[in-house]
Design a protein around this ligand. Structure first.
Ligand SMILES: [Zn+2]
Length: 171
């Protein structure tokens, strides 16, 4: 996955800011571990820890929000989608209206390995809220899939291309 940011309407980044996710290296777990280590050392341990802490807080907040909706009679699956959609759009009540880094004025786009436009994952939408070229209605299947298929068990706080771009965008 790659992510490109062109900057804000008023203030374009000179060259586009482009970053990639580290890749899967499915058959080479040691290579994957090394790549991840190099990535995290370039980001810096303080930043990695801050991102991890923020996401742990987000996960707790998400559970609480889902519980609130379920207690109001919203079905379990719908409650997850409702909670995550509000968080992704910065509309959730309480602390997690606030992004890890607010890049809502930055215009960017994620691409898959075939350079097709992809939606940012739920985590990145919540952390950064980039304004993207590809926009999907909240009722569209691609948007619903992005929200509901996100899996906390396999999350890496700094693995997404968006994270690297976001570090540079705010400098
Ligand atoms: Zn930017």
């Amino acid at each position: 996955m790659d992510f490109v940011c062109t900057g804000t309407d008023q203030n374009r980044h000179g060259p586009f800011i482009i970053a990639s996710s580290p890749g899967n290296y499915r058959d080479f777990p040691e290579m994957k571990r090394l790549r991840q280590q190099i990535r995290e050392s370039r980001i810096g341990q303080d930043e990695v820890n801050a991102a991890r802490n923020w996401l742990q807080g987000l996960q707790r907040f998400e559970v609480d929000l889902i519980n609130v909706y379920e207690s109001r009679g919203v079905a379990a699956g719908d409650a997850i989608l409702k909670a995550r959609t509000e968080i992704a759009y910065g509309e959730a009540p309480g602390t997690y209206r606030y992004r890890y880094r607010d890049l809502g004025t930055h215009f960017g786009q994620a691409f898959n390995g075939n350079y097709e436009q992809e939606l940012c994952c739920y985590k990145c939408q919540a952390m950064f809220g980039f304004r993207t070229a590809r926009v999907e209605a909240r009722t569209s299947q691609p948007f619903i899939n992005t929200m509901t298929q996100f899996d906390w068990a396999s999350v890496n706080p700094v693995a997404c291309a968006e994270f690297m771009v976001a570090l540079i965008c705010v400098i």
